[in-house]
Design a protein around this ligand. Structure first.
Ligand SMILES: [Zn+2]
Length: 401
């Protein structure tokens, strides 16, 4: 491949992704607007027209905002790569120090910092305008800034040593560096994560399902946002179920049982371990690919950079990767939706399917999530089945039982 061929391929893929994203967003807006007038028949008893309108308006606002970020991100990526941004930052960092390792770290950190700074206005607008307008934001500007500072410090403390280690291995460990980097990355992922607060409840159900874990965790999301959620994470002894306190306050004990049973369903079907194995396998493949590109002139030149170094290769690779894997989205979404159906089936077996339906309807309502997504948009992006399909599936299971 020549540099100009790769350049054309990269730009074409980036622009066509943007067009597809905007087209899907347009479809979603159109579909939500067309279904705004009436609550879908299956939800008429639980959801009133005001809540339905709110969900439609919130969804449309987010989708429009998403369209704006697509345009901005596309422009930013072009500016960093073929626009010469990374080359410029690389020249600037080489004037700072003679150490190649430090230069590499500097370029990557500069790009990440610049990217985060440019994203701040979007994030501020989303949090303090959109989320606030629909009554979801509970965050003060002070808490927002504290979170940002904490996040940056944590990122620096955890990320910088890893970045140094990876760059050092890439240049010092010979042809098989990608295997060592993968090993370090996998090891890093295995470290137990910590949670804020913990509170155990419903031990009977946990015991009945043979669930041994470090417990049921309650996360105080309510200080930041009134969105509710529950999820399952970790594996082995570190596995746990996390509930947002906002969700616990809203659900009856039967509904909490049903949501918990759904999360246990993920555990029973080994979804987390499958997903982690999948991620590890894919990342090994990607690192191998990066090793092949490390000395390919066309790769650097094609993305607008003349300086060749391990750090630049790493940076360009992770910028190009999402561009070339975007069209795989529907596959990973379908895989995730399959797991959701399996977990729902388990919940219907262990508890009352109708309780889960009621809990889900509350979740949809509380999060102002649309009940009428565009089918193609949902196929592309949604990790969970669209509301009407998921509820119909649960009702069928409830009746069958
Ligand atoms: Zn689930």
């Amino acid at each position: 491949m020549t540099a100009s061929q790769f350049s054309a391929l990269f730009v074409a893929a980036l622009l066509s992704n943007a067009v597809i994203k905007l087209w899907l967003a347009y479809r979603q807006l159109d579909h939500v607007a067309a279904n705004r007038a009436e609550v879908p028949a299956a939800f008429r008893e639980q959801i009133n027209i005001a809540a339905h309108h709110k969900a439609a308006d919130y969804t449309s606002t987010l989708v429009r905002f998403g369209g704006l970020t697509v345009l901005f991100d596309t422009f930013l990526l072009l500016a960093f790569t073929v626009g010469g941004g990374i080359q410029w930052l690389s020249d600037a960092s080489s004037s700072l120090t003679d150490s190649l390792l430090l230069q590499g770290v500097a370029v990557i950190v500069l790009v990440l910092v610049l990217q985060s700074l440019l994203e701040i206005p979007f994030d501020l607008y989303r949090t303090f305008n959109i989320e606030a307008r629909f009554g979801f934001n509970k965050m003060t500007l002070k808490l927002y800034l504290l979170d940002a500072v904490k996040g940056t410090l944590l990122g620096a403390v955890l990320g910088l040593p890893l970045l140094f280690a990876v760059l050092w291995m890439m240049s010092a460990m010979g042809d098989l560096w990608w295997l060592y980097v993968w090993g370090v990355w996998v090891f890093n992922k295995f470290e137990p994560m910590q949670d804020k607060a913990q509170k155990s409840r419903i031990e009977a159900l946990l015991a009945r399902c043979g669930f041994e874990s470090s417990g049921l965790f309650v996360m105080d999301g309510s200080k930041r946002s009134s969105h509710g959620n529950a999820y399952f994470t970790g594996f082995g002894k570190t596995k746990r179920i996390v509930f947002y306190d906002t969700l616990l306050q809203r659900l009856s004990s039967g509904e909490i049982d049903a949501v918990l049973a759904h999360e246990l369903g993920h555990f029973k079907h080994r979804h987390v371990i499958k997903r982690i194995a999948f991620t590890f396998a894919v990342s090994l493949g990607f690192l191998w690919l990066l090793a092949q590109l490390l000395n390919a002139d066309w790769f650097y030149l094609g993305m607008g950079v003349t300086t060749q170094s391990t750090a630049i290769a790493l940076l360009l690779f992770f910028m190009a990767l999402p561009v070339f894997t975007f069209l795989l989205h529907p596959l990973t979404s379908a895989y995730s939706r399959k797991h959701e159906f399996e977990a729902d089936a388990y919940a219907a077996q262990q508890t009352d399917a109708n309780e889960l339906v009621n809990a889900l309807v509350k979740l949809y309502q509380d999060n102002a999530k649309t009940l009428t997504p565009d089918p193609l948009y949902a196929t592309f992006y949604e990790s969970h089945p669209p509301a009407p399909i998921r509820i119909a599936h649960l009702q069928k299971l409830g009746v069958a039982k």
